[in-house]
Design a protein around this ligand. Sequence first.
Ligand code: AMP
Length: 248
Amino acid sequence: MKVLVPVKRVIDYNVKVRVKPDQTGVDLANVKMSMNPFDEISVEEAVRMKEAGIATEVVVVSIGPQQAQETIRTALAMGADRGILIKTDATVEPLAVAKLLAKVVADEKPDLVLVGKQAIDDDSNQTGQMLAALLDWPQGTFAYKIEKDGDALKVTREVDGGLQTVKLKTPAVVTVDLRLNEPRYASLPNIMKAKKKEIAEKSPADYGVDITPRLTVVKVTEPAARSGGIKVEDVAALVAKLKTAGAV
Ligand code: AMP
């Protein structure tokens, strides 16, 4: 099975995000960027499939600026075989990402596309679903477990209050959730090896995809600041406070 894994370069999850004073977006100047955490999980899963003899090749693809090459290198150091960078400095919305990925799928003909369930910068949770729709392929979202079942895939999904298992014919799109696995750290020898792996460079125009945004961001605001806590003497005082605050 050939596996395609899209990886997005996003603000590192440890960074405290600051909203720009003009409320047009978040401040990206001098901010640490990393691979979207859900994409680390998909790379890990694809590499485990390769180690188990289920996957034959793992190809990673990133749409973003030149620096997204570092994100691809990280995936290569984790064990992916080769990368494709679709270079653009523009903001690329999920529909445009899905259209570009559909073109990569047409070229690469993977049996499985392992997508993150959501990118932690835009929190869209749309790309995998849009890609499956564009390709007219089956999809399993929020994967907790992925197993090969003959020619099909059995995907156990995280749903409200439990798990649901679905069987998908391949080729298919699966979006991965947090509990699927724990991604590995790349070892130094593998980081060195990754430097020699191939990364093809493309542009959205090479695929004939118009990436002009269709959405307008009206404004971005910080979450409401939490009011400070207070100390109370005993339970009776706590209940009285909660009553006057209208909480009980
Ligand atoms: P989203 O729909 O934006 O929440 O993103 C869901 C997933 O789509 C991510 O976890 C990635 O696997 C993939 N994706 C989104 N944007 C990109 C991008 N620019 N490059 C590569 N993969 C992407």
